[in-house]
Write a new protein. Structure first.
Ligand code: AMP
Length: 442
């Protein structure tokens, strides 16, 4: 892969910034009209930079803050290229999470409404057969998570991506991580080398080896965010408390923030579920979003939160990247993220589209090193979130009771049962082997 070239400032040299329109960037009338219908009166910064570069046929490495309009920055040029040379299975967008795939598809469909663009979302947790039928009808754009796409490439008769013209990796640093290595290698093997590739992310790896895997050609690097910063309107705080009182502090803060829309990030599915149950026992309107829920439940939780039916969303990192929910007032890191970059993605769920937002990161005696790493990454010292310990502790008894009930409910649930069997496997080291033996005997 060639070293990415920095973008020159041709556009802004000739036209002052306010006068830049979708039309002046080279977007065709029909798409300009759709932008107008969507009330996108002016292109955003990343769109101003990326659209002309993509329309000129270049590959792109785009670094843009969450909520910057990056989906439009790649969707508009792809739709324009599709209009010029109409063809089925034209573009593929890879995303790390299912929810993000649906969100991107909605934007493609909205932007492509006037040209009847057909999209297929191919993600895990949904019936393979239904998806096979969708693929058989040859959509223009496929938006997929890597694992399920590979399943179809290997098992769905008649489906291939040999004619693909555009590949997008959204949240590219995550897609190019080791956890998707096998899938990405398989996908890249079966798509044409002659194509356009766009990588987008709020945080982007500088590791050349990783970027090389995406097989970009003379990519242009476009950066509208300063390195690993978070938006100005975001007020970030930390809370230093003993681990055993985390639940009480969370309850106290949520009481304080009553009526605000909050996302609370937890480290594991089980903890996410446990806290949801605990908060519900305390009369709060909480819903969970994590990888052990069915896809229908995940989408339903997201829908309820998006439509403001529920104001508290408890989530694992499946919700940390890219999700665009404009009304989130507060993000809490109940469990500190173990990868510092995830901090940027998580807090990026608030203070979107020019609005103000707040983030509160819980730091316990075990998290100090991780917290210092986050402060180093964002080059900021965070202020302490002020609480009155005495007032907080008044809630301790009620919270303990809610915790007890939550534990019982969790034990009775599928997730709790799964956890117990996993614990058994790790505790005695034989659980899994014994089950396998039994199965073989049968
Ligand atoms: P994204 O960063 O792609 O997730 O987009 C964030 C939000 O900005 C989405 O709700 C888009 O509909 C919206 N958006 C994208 N481009 C524009 C624009 N030019 N003007 C106004 N809103 C936009």
């Amino acid at each position: 892969m060639d070293e990415p070239a920095e973008k020159s400032d041709v556009q802004t040299e000739t036209i002052s910034d306010e006068l830049i329109t979708f039309k002046s960037l080279g977007v065709v009338d029909v798409l300009c009209e759709t932008c107008k219908d969507l009330k996108w009166t002016q292109p955003t910064k990343i769109q101003k930079e990326a659209i002309p570069v993509a329309l000129a046929g270049n590959d792109i490495i785009g670094l843009a803050e969450t909520g910057s309009g990056k989906t439009g920055a790649f969707a508009i040029p792809i739709l324009q290229a599709l209009l010029e040379k109409p063809q089925r299975l034209f573009g593929l967008v890879l995303t790390p999470t299912r929810e993000l795939a649906y969100q991107i598809s909605e934007q493609f469909e909205a932007l492509g409404a006037a040209i009847s663009v057909k999209c297929a979302v191919i993600v895990g947790g949904v019936d393979m057969m239904t998806q096979s039928l969708m693929l058989a009808s040859k959509p223009h754009i496929v938006i997929a998570t890597p694992g399920r796409l590979v399943d179809h490439l290997e098992n769905t008769k008649g489906f291939s991506l040999r004619s693909l013209k555009c590949l997008v990796m959204d949240e590219a640093d995550r897609i190019l991580n080791m956890d998707f290595e096998t899938e990405i290698d398989k996908i890249l093997k079966v798509i044409p080398r002659e194509r356009n590739t766009y990588l987008y992310s709020a945080t982007m790896t500088k590791k050349v080896a990783k970027l090389q895997r995406a097989a970009l050609k003379n990519p242009i690097r476009i950066e509208v965010a300063t390195k690993y910063t978070t938006v100005d309107k975001l007020k970030q705080y930390y809370l230093f408390i003993p681990a055993k009182f985390k639940d009480v502090y969370l309850t106290y803060i949520l009481n304080e923030l009553a009526g605000k829309s909050c996302i609370i990030f937890c480290a594991t599915c089980v903890n996410t579920q446990r806290i949801t149950l605990m908060l519900r026992n305390l009369g709060m309107n909480a819903i969970p979003l994590h990888g052990q829920l069915s896809q229908a439940k995940r989408l339903s939780s997201l829908h309820k939160f998006r439509s403001k039916n529920n104001s508290i969303l408890l989530a694992t990192d499946v919700a940390s990247r890219g999700l665009d929910i404009p009304h989130v007032d507060v993000v809490m890191n109940f469990d500190i993220p173990s990868r510092s970059k995830d901090y940027i993605h998580r807090v990026g769920r608030t203070a979107r589209a020019g609005r103000a937002g707040k983030s509160i990161t819980f730091v316990t005696q075990y998290d100090v090193e991780l917290f210092q790493r986050i402060e180093q990454l964002i080059e900021k010292k965070l202020p302490l979130y002020k609480t009155e310990e005495e007032e907080v502790m008044v809630l301790a008894e009620r919270v303990a009771e809610a915790q007890r009930y939550a534990k019982i409910e969790l034990c009775d649930s599928k997730i709790g049962k799964k956890k117990r069997s996993n614990d058994q496997d790790t505790e005695d080291g034989h659980g899994m082997k014994q089950r396998l033996k039994k199965k073989r005997k049968r």
